[in-house]
Write a protein that binds this ligand. Structure first.
Ligand code: LLP
Length: 425
């Protein structure tokens, strides 16, 4: 069996003596101790991904604001906080997670098209770095909320640069047709209005054009469009202190030529060369995606006339990406089948009652019932998008650090599923 190294730095996961390991720990050991399905993250891979950004940004006045939505486990947030990272949040819940995990509020940017007044209040009370404002209505509400607290709200306007990021339509956000950001031509008038609001401080400009971007050109093009605005604003006496270029760098799921952070950022940094503004980045997937896998066990094999099914104990509620986007995740056996089962093409599916509940189609696998499978590159938008559909408790999460395994989220218990529910009197 070939040796897999799933992260650019070669850290994380690989086979040793025919058994897939997370760093130094064989995955069967984790399955035995914590059960399946279980998300397994590699600390070294997380740190290597972060280090890739740090070295790409060396010498620049830059802040990495990890996009919490990609994976919001407190252990992961704490790890990035300890490395000096900031955070990109999109809800009061994410703010609470960041603060609980020891994140620095002064390094938090708050994105999202529908921030509630309560969320604004919480973020103002915490003293975040900046609100990435996405509409005129939000700006007015934020001004009122800040005024009611006797504060001034630091803002960036999230500008929609109308560039095609060339990614899946569900995760493209920088085109004019999406709900995100302020249309390019409306930005200047809105900045003027912001300048005149008593409880608003203009700090920066922001954009985020999409996710799983493999070509660095659209991000550089978006940055160039932003710079045109930044300079026009300066001409009107509105000086910005930072430029936030969002997240979006893609990773390798299958055979994509995923760029290293240094390659992806080079054209963008070229466009931004010599600028005095601080640069903000909001990477999510590229920091955690390849640093995690979903460990599952084959429950049932069904061999049919047309298709073979491997029913595993993980499902679309644990990892929604295949069902939602037809996303492709590599699925590998954890151990070379001891009984020497021959490889057959399998539909790898979960127990959820939907035909769309699949993790992979037509995968050649040599498996028996009871074998362990690993669904790779599941660290981003995996656990974070999980649900309790079919009343399935959420998976456990562990972080492996060298030879040690840390349980960072317990498997959900059945009672927790309906703890907040009441029957009618
Ligand atoms: N900043 C903003 C404002 C965002 O909306 C996002 C992601 C990011 C940063 C981080 O982008 P990243 O570096 O992870 O590409 N659930 C989808 C991805 C949705 C991305 C949403 N926004 C998936 O599983 O592919």
């Amino acid at each position: 069996m070939s040796v897999h190294c799933f992260t650019p730095a070669g850290t994380g996961f690989g086979y040793r003596d025919g058994v897939l390991c997370a760093e130094e720990v064989p995955l069967p050991q984790i399955a035995a101790a914590y059960g399946t399905p279980c998300y397994v993250y590699s600390r070294a891979a997380l740190e290597a991904a972060y280090a890739g950004y740090v070295s790409a940004l060396a010498g620049r006045n830059a802040l990495i604001c990890y996009a919490v939505k990609a994976n919001s486990n407190l252990a992961i947030l704490n790890l990035f906080a300890r490395l000096g990272g900031g955070f990109d949040i999109v809800s009061g819940g994410e703010l609470a997670r960041v603060l609980t995990a020891g994140g620095d509020a002064a390094k938090v940017v708050f994105s999202g098209v529908g921030k509630s007044p309560d969320e604004m209040r919480a973020a103002l009370a915490a003293g975040i770095l900046c609100f990435n404002v996405e509409s005129a209505s939000e700006l007015a509400t934020l001004n009122d909320v800040a005024g009611s607290m006797g504060k001034r709200a630091p803002v960036s306007l999230r500008v929609n640069p109308d560039v095609d990021p060339k990614t899946h339509p569900y995760i493209a956000t920088g085109l004019r047709s999406t709900k995100f950001g302020i249309p390019f031509e409306e930005a200047l008038p809105l900045y003027r209005r912001a300048r005149d609001l008593p409880h608003i401080d203009i700090h920066g400009i922001d954009c985020h054009i999409g996710s799983q971007l493999l070509d660095p050109a659209p991000a550089a093009e978006a940055a160039a469009r932003l710079l045109g605005l930044v300079d026009a604003l300066a001409g009107e006496g509105i000086a910005l202190s930072h430029i936030d270029v969002g997240g979006g760098m893609g990773i390798r799921y299958r055979d994509e030529a995923a760029p290293a952070a240094s390659e992806y950022l080079a054209p963008l940094l070229g466009v931004l060369a010599g600028r005095r503004e601080r640069l903000l980045f909001e990477p999510g997937r590229s920091l955690v995606g390849n640093a995690g896998l979903l460990l599952a066990r084959v429950a049932v094999l069904k061999h049919g006339a047309e298709k073979n099914f491997a029913v595993v104990d993980a499902a679309m509620n644990d990892l929604a990406r295949p069902a939602l986007y037809e996303a492709w995740h590599d699925i590998v056996t954890v151990e070379v089948s001891p009984g020497g089962a021959a490889a057959k093409p399998y539909e790898v599916v979960g127990p959820v009652c939907e035909s769309g509940d699949f993790l992979g189609h037509d995968r050649p696998l040599a498996v028996d019932e009871g074998d362990l499978l690993a669904i790779l590159s599941a660290g981003a938008y995996g656990m974070a998008m999980s649900s309790n559909y079919n009343s399935r408790p959420r998976a456990a999460e562990v972080v492996v650090d060298g030879g040690r395994v840390h349980l960072v989220r317990e498997r959900e218990r059945i009672e927790q599923l309906f703890a907040g529910e009441r029957v009618l009197p």
